[in-house]
Ligand binder design. Sequence first.
Ligand code: NAI
Length: 461
Amino acid sequence: MPETERKFDLVVLGGGSGGYACALRASQLGLSVALVEEDKVGGTCLHRGCIPTKALLHAGEVADAVRHSAAYGINSTLDSVDLAGVNSYKDDVVRRLYKGLQGLIKSRGITVVEGRGTLVSPDTVEVQGTPYQGNHVVLASGSYTKSLPDLAIDGERVLSSWEAMQLEQLPRHAIVLGGGVIGVEFASAWRSLGAEVTIIEALPRLVASEDAACSKALERAFRKRGIGVLANTSFRSVEKTEAGVRVSVTSGDTYDGDLLLVAVGRGPNTADLGYEAQAIEMDRGFVVTNNRLEASVPGVHAVGDIVAGMQLAHRGFQHGIFVAEDIAGLRPTPINEDGIPRVTYSDPEVASVGLSDERARQRHGDDAVESVTYDLGGNGKSQILRTQGFVKVVRHRDGPVLGIHLAGARVGELIGEAQLIYNWEAFPEDVASLVHMHPTQTEALGEAHLALAGKPLHAHS
Ligand code: NAI
């Protein structure tokens, strides 16, 4: 490519959710874009995270449906789980989406540069010795699996989520270190597929960033499913045994399993990429940005997991779109991170948007906050699905909804409505006057808002 053609309006370093969304939106707005990717466009989410794990979880749901079919009057027996078959279903989903994404990127006229990019000046990314210059540079290099000091991931018995999703044989007993999102999702999928699972979590509860009620419901459901939950338990060491691993915790107890999944968080992938050398301000590995996602060096922006906050693919998409529009001069409104919905796709699911009860009370004061919990026991569709759980809505006493928290099968799909309620700053009274289709689980959202508006329907007052 001649030098004149290596000048772009925008050079994006990293083709994951944040980077490719930025490239797509920028090209739509008429900007010329180079997208630098050393592996595959789609990044962690498409190839190693969101998509393949949700396919694993769905395969687990199918296994559970067969296993428990007699409860619905359908007699069947689960013969076996063919993990090779599960993997080929999962890989096929990823392959199709990858193909679609590649086609989309090509159709938008984006120049994809394959190779590892390094920031060599504030406006230039170098890939294998070739410079690509941009009027703006967007850093979107994503995240990596963290571990603990003295805990080496060997990929065989001590695994990251990447190796865990490629297993050729189902573990008999998996030990999961970390009861955050990744730990909980793998524990759920493996249990559904037939493994024994024990979760070790240092904090007092699973998915500790969620409302305490959601953690409690999840933990209760997990125990019922036979998943061992060791909360308030810190990891000390792991040794390899003939059969697998022996994990010691700080109390001195040990747990034997055939593998250990390390799920203690993900770190920003920002080392050795030239960021610090270009004097970009960093904080514990994250790129420091203002609320317009501009880094400390003019012309440089950052999106996704390298910006401190929730590490979620859809946050990355939103960051990417925001930066593209800002560069194009559309002056979009800065993103309210509290309004980004969260879903943990375990069985049962946990989903939320806005503030937890606790955070709402910290921010607005105890007297100003009110909440209602509507039990899915009163919701027809949830009873048909035989799921337990709730919708919890937190409101400002004289104002809008401050947070919505859900637990139960399929509630992840309800967060679409919940996020509109939160982000449009609706009052419960506004939602109470809207009609929810019967019988659906969305009715439970409607019921919780009716109750908060002082007119509960299917609820004991
Ligand atoms: P996480 O931060 O959600 O959870 C890590 C857990 O490990 C924490 O609960 C922590 O207390 C625990 N832990 C840390 N050190 C420990 C120790 N020494 N002993 C016992 N427990 C210890 O991180 P996770 O689950 O690895 O996920 C990484 C990122 O990926 C998250 O930011 C998450 O948002 C994202 N992700 C999102 C998904 C979704 O939205 N459904 C799915 C999977 C990942």
